[in-house]
Design a protein around this ligand. Structure first.
Ligand code: NAI
Length: 214
């Protein structure tokens, strides 16, 4: 569907399109023009057309976009129906919150196991899963073949754990440890998440606003 390599900034906008279109679909909207979509999303209409053209373009001249169809197509591009088997490493405060509050199933992943090196957490129930000890990790990966891992462990452990998981066949990492994980393996993809970066972006915005109002 995509015409060659799509830039990272376009890919970063796709989940937002997907979310907006899902909301519009729930509101019963059948079709939308790129102008209307741009106004609702705070982007320019030409930006939206350019983004969609990376995938061959979806609209029809004079009609706009069919909301349900576009939502489905973007979902397909994002792989939201893949249900890729996923494990979580680290069942502390953050791990528990993510496991309990993120709907993995709606986003292309299926959480099938949670592991922690602290024996006191073994057997703790998080949603439908029981925390397992890391001693069981290798065997679990052999039998259940997870493809993705969520890392909610402290920074010093992140690189070693990720490399171990690559050797167990895991190729996608949603990394929350405060460490910019880079894997030398061509067959692994990493999404490093730093909530603090988002907060600092907000701080920049606030500072700019205050400077302008001086
Ligand atoms: P926590 O201390 O409550 O939980 C960490 C868990 O990881 C513990 O249960 C510990 O036993 C386990 N663990 C440590 N090494 C392990 C290993 N090698 N294998 C398996 N399990 C291991 O910490 P919390 O609050 O859950 O935070 C986790 C990490 O995420 C911290 O490094 C924190 O700084 C970071 N963090 C990142 C955020 C982000 O935006 N990226 C936001 C909040 C926290």
């Amino acid at each position: 569907m995509s015409k060659g390599t799509v830039s990272r900034s376009v890919i970063r906008r796709l989940p937002r399109y997907y979310r907006f279109l899902g909301e519009l679909e729930k509101q019963g909207l059948i079709r939308i023009s790129s102008r209307e979509l741009s106004e609702r999303m705070g982007l320019t209409a030409s930006q939206i057309r350019q983004d969609f053209n990376c995938f061959g373009g979806f609209g029809q001249q004079g009609y706009g976009y069919n909301v349900k169809e576009l939502h489905e197509k973007i979902g397909e591009i994002l792989g939201v129906n893949m249900a890729s088997p996923t494990i979580m490493i680290g069942a502390g405060n953050l791990g528990k919150a993510i496991a309990a509050h993120i709907d993995f199933n709606k986003r292309g992943f299926k959480l099938i196991g949670i592991f922690d090196s602290n024996p006191e957490l073994e057997g703790m129930q998080i949603g439908s899963l029981e925390v397992k000890g890391t001693a069981e990790l290798e065997q679990f990966c052999k039998s259940s073949k997870p493809e993705a891992a969520v890392l909610c462990i402290p920074k010093p452990a992140a690189a070693e754990v990720a490399n171990l998981l690559v050797s167990y066949g895991i190729s996608a990492f949603w990394n929350f440890s405060h460490y910019d994980l880079k894997l030398a393996h061509a067959n692994a993809v990493v999404e490093n998440v730093h909530l603090g970066d988002s907060l600092m972006t907000l701080s920049y915005g606030l500072k700019k606003l205050e400077d302008e109002n001086k």
